[in-house]
Design a binder for this molecule. Structure first.
Ligand code: PLA
Length: 432
């Protein structure tokens, strides 16, 4: 019997639209090749960056002889979970103070999204999730495979290269009550277009009035503005109103821990937002308030217990190393401060790449309005280049990017900006 034959009828699957760009890049022998596909930060020298504070945390961990390699609990490292919830919801979050938040460690952003989606598919009454159009290419697959039904809401307007706010409000306004809504916490991927805080407030009011459930994907906290707190503002607005909220966090980009696969999923249950004194005035008795607080803490514990049932048969429990690095940094105020400085430097370098690319195109007189390069936020520029132009740039200039015209600004350096500008100029003038 031919041992290979049982899978002989398989069709060859296509490469991943994002990670496949790196596969193609690796095969290219050209010395001028440039990978602007996957969102991975590079230095001015084009090298991957391990943050100094991460190296230092790793050193501390290595030197600590009391550390062992035993399994973590199913939900992960307790310190890491607490600190992660604080990082996204805010240290003074009433939800955390009232024990209304259940947090589990996840396999980076993707794994945390998947665990959240599997949990919702099992325990939430509405199985429809609305995702922005466009969104990160893996979102529809993660949610569909978890058992949710995926619909889209309008988000980006190609004509203005900005937010289609009216379309967004109309589509969420027409969504069935209770539907889940995936929101990018900041630095929307791939468009680089975020709502303003005023627009977030309108989105919040609309969603709460219709009982829509917010599920935040926070893959770039700190990368948009350079400030961890400013970038978490949209999430904190939703948590502050006392309604339910899910948040998937990734430390891949903001701590440069890509391959360590470290992230978290937090589920905040509904609760009261006013101070105890105010509520006693309304409710009449302190006991009623205590009962309520107790009940909500009870819900968080039930949520956690069910998350464990999702995780255990999937990968049993999460890896220890990355979470230990993060916890070491988050719990030490000096290391935390060092992290924020290094994070701000990464964000600033990306912003300076935007300016340099914009200036280079202006200097070449490249036809079209390129101001979106400096207006868009975060790791990516959604250039507006079409698939044909992208293919031309890859073939003629060895520049690798996703076929939707997204470029990772974090992969660019002062040295490579002219090469990219030449390629865009040629693509636009010859294939425009
Ligand atoms: N959510 C969004 C919006 C992302 O852009 C990414 C990563 C993730 C979640 C998942 O990241 P993690 O699992 O590594 O934490 N997006 C990258 C990489 C940077 C990728 O596609 O996997 C991108 O190039 O779009």
């Amino acid at each position: 019997m031919d041992p290979g034959s049982v899978f002989a009828s398989l069709v060859q699957a296509p490469e991943d639209p994002i990670l496949g760009v790196t596969v193609a890049y690796n095969k290219d022998p050209s010395p001028n090749k440039l990978n602007l596909g996957v969102g991975a930060y590079r230095t001015e020298e084009g090298k991957p960056l391990v943050l100094d504070v991460v190296r230092r945390a790793e050193q501390l961990l290595v030197n600590d002889q009391s550390r062992v390699k035993e399994y973590l609990p199913i939900v992960g490292l307790a310190d890491f979970n607490k600190l992660s919830a604080k990082l996204i919801f805010g240290a003074d979050s009433p939800a955390i103070q009232a024990n209304r938040v259940a947090t589990v460690q996840g396999l980076s952003g993707t794994g945390s999204l998947r665990v959240g989606a599997e949990f919702l598919a099992r325990h939430y009454h509405q199985l429809t999730i609305y995702i922005p159009q466009p969104t990160w290419g893996n979102h529809p697959k993660v949610f569909t495979l978890a058992g949710l039904s995926v619909k889209t809401y309008r988000y980006y307007d190609p004509a203005t290269r900005g937010l289609n706010f009216q379309g967004l409000l109309e589509d969420l306004g027409a969504a069935p009550s209770g539907a889940i809504v995936l929101l990018h916490a900041c630095a929307h991927n791939p468009t680089g277009v975020d709502p303003t805080l005023e627009q977030w407030e309108q989105i919040r009011q609309l969603m709460r009035s219709k009982g829509l459930l917010p599920f935040f994907d926070s893959a770039y906290q700190g990368f948009a503005s350079g400030s961890l707190d400013a970038d978490a503002q949209p999430v904190r607005m939703f948590v502050a109103d006392g309604g339910e909220c899910l948040a998937a966090q990734s430390y891949a980009k903001n701590m440069g821990l890509y391959g360590e696969r470290v992230g978290a999923l937090s589920i905040s249950d509904a609760g009261i937002t006013a101070s105890k004194e105010v509520i006693i005035n309304i409710a009449g008795s302190s006991k009623e308030v205590d009962d309520f607080v107790c009940k909500t803490a009870d819900v968080a514990s039930k949520v956690e217990s069910q998350l464990k049932l999702v995780i255990r048969p999937m990968y049993s429990n999460p890896p220890i190393h990355g979470a230990s690095i993060v916890a070491t940094i988050l719990k030490d105020s000096k290391m935390y401060d060092e992290w924020t400085v290094e994070l701000k430097a990464m964000a600033d370098r990306i912003i300076s790449m935007r300016k340099q690319l914009f200036d280079a195109l202006s200097a070449r007189g490249t036809p079209g309005d390129w101001s979106h390069i400096i207006k868009q936020i975060g790791m990516f520029t959604f250039t507006g280049l079409n698939g044909e132009q992208v293919a031309f740039m890859t073939k003629e200039y060895h520049i690798y990017m996703t076929s939707d015209g997204r470029i990772s600004m974090a992969g660019l350096s002062s040295k490579t900006v002219p090469h990219l500008a030449d390629a865009i100029h040629a693509a636009v003038t010859r294939m425009g």
